[in-house]
Design a protein around this ligand. Sequence first.
Ligand SMILES: Cc1cc2nc3c(=O)[nH]c(=O)nc-3n(C[C@H](O)[C@H](O)[C@H](O)COP(=O)(O)OP(=O)(O)OC[C@H]3O[C@@H](n4cnc5c(N)ncnc54)[C@H](O)[C@@H]3O)c2cc1C
Length: 343
Amino acid sequence: MEIRRRDIAKVEYSTNSGDLMVCKINCIETVFKMKEEWKVLFYEEFLRNEARFGESMSNHTSLRIGGPADIFLIPEDISSLKKILNILKRNRIPFLPLGNGTNILVMDEGIEGAVISLRSFRKMEIINEDDKFVNIYVESGFPLQKLVRFSKECGYSGIEGLVGIPGSIGGAVWGNAGAYGYEMKDIITLVTIMGSDGRIREVRSEDIEFGYRGSKISSFASGGEMVISVEIVLKKDKIENVSSKIEDFFKRKRESQPIFEPSAGCVFKNPPELSAGRLIDEAGCKGMRIGDVEVSKIHANFFVNKGKAKASEFIKLMENVKLRVIDTSGIELEPEIRIVGRG
Ligand SMILES: Cc1cc2nc3c(=O)[nH]c(=O)nc-3n(C[C@H](O)[C@H](O)[C@H](O)COP(=O)(O)OP(=O)(O)OC[C@H]3O[C@@H](n4cnc5c(N)ncnc54)[C@H](O)[C@@H]3O)c2cc1C
């Protein structure tokens, strides 16, 4: 019997009854063999410090939820990223680029294939400036909040509203992160992307087609492409102007969002002209809880992990909230967080 990888994942996690059980045993053996082979692939000396196996994704997500990734890779530079992509491609191993893990829900069964963490790509430098504008090169693993702090210290305007968004630059570009009328798309001039074949190309901002919490890179990424770096432009202003706006936005964020509890930000997208949080609140969902996942009492569009929450509980709560909102408003909410993994 030929077993395809997709079938393995499905059957491996199905129930223990009758024929399925026999199939499960076969599959586990195949999976085990396959995964041992994967280990050998990444034990070559140049990758020894950059590959981990069975790494729990709950250590790499702001929600603190998620089962193991088969392979967790932390390339330290472009050259090892290229080698890694080459190995993954040759062996047909699927992969997921990871920033700070602040906008994803990873399933309890973990992630099939590889996760590539871009956290070592964290250079930032000014490449050009005049008396009005400054052009900055930032790599994808650089924390967005460090960039906001830098702009505050120097009086560079354009990202004040992005204060408190805990992602990396790569994740923020991928999802066109935004708040209070500020969006990544407004400051990006150029994006450097690496394809799954290791080839690098530069895409001008206007060719990215940024939208509400998304970009054309969203689909590039599902085809195996990732953001390596961006160039942005900020406007020079007085330090006190930029700084007071940032402090004001951060105060608003602190007062209206559960920023000190584990979450993945907004669970659902705002429907046009409406607030998903308000719709959820009006449907009476604040404080609703399944297992250790709770609809925040501070902001109804944030679901928080109150202890040892599971992805299955999170998904169930999303479904229940969605149904209640349809009942009370007739509106079907769409997820903003990205759900990844087996299951
Ligand atoms: C408390 C809190 C508040 C938040 N507030 C906001 C807010 O106000 N506005 C907002 O927009 N978001 C908000 N978020 C959500 C989140 O922080 C942002 O969406 C952030 O930009 C995600 O970045 P990340 O690096 O964590 O991405 P991840 O969660 O790591 O990844 C998200 C997606 O991007 C892809 N990705 C990541 N890096 C790359 C790359 N280099 N190349 C290609 N694909 C990549 C991943 O594959 C994944 O599909 C909030 C989250 C929290 C926890």
